[in-house]
Design a protein around this ligand. Sequence first.
Ligand SMILES: [Zn+2]
Length: 221
Amino acid sequence: MVLLALVIVVPRGEAESPDPRNPSIATLDSTSTAGRRTDASDPEGVATPYGYYAEEVLRVASTIPTSLQPALKDTDFVNGCHPWTTKELGHCAFGTFDPAGWDSDDTHGHDWANTIWISSQAVRTGKVPDVVLHEVGHAVVHNLFGNCYFPKQAEMSVKELLLLTFTHGDADPAELLADAFVVAFSTHSDDLHTYYLDESNYEVSREVISKLRAAVWLCSK
Ligand SMILES: [Zn+2]
């Protein structure tokens, strides 16, 4: 199954290019590990082990709601540009969830498997709590929803049902669903950073938010 796992790419921000719809398999320069990767856009070019803004990324990660944390077992946060995503987009994405450690030569199984990457640019925009929640949403869907079923709905997993719920025009349901985690679990009162929902004019109903929260509760047990 790991061969089918996709790197989930999250270009966020108006100037960024569209999300590759079918990220094949990801890459990075094969000589480095997640721990040595740094974001080239670090203002001072400082090569710290986990990126210039590592502390800030970890601080934000520590504010993730308790209810979502069961999905993040063994998930590490990295400040930097994910290699395959960067190659695919031609620039550094705001965030990437990588369940399988994909590198830029389309090999996987590298030691950054099960990581969430947050770029320095994302930190500088001040939107990083929402970018983190979006990526955590991908992790929840990947780690908890695929083999979880609502009562009396044994024919479809929670993941399949929710992706159906978020089928909307040409939009990628997985990205709309990840943005719905921002709506459902954000704790700040600023404008939410929900790039895909905004782009698609998709308004998440209260009913769907309730369903998402119920799914998190059910599938975390
Ligand atoms: Zn995404």
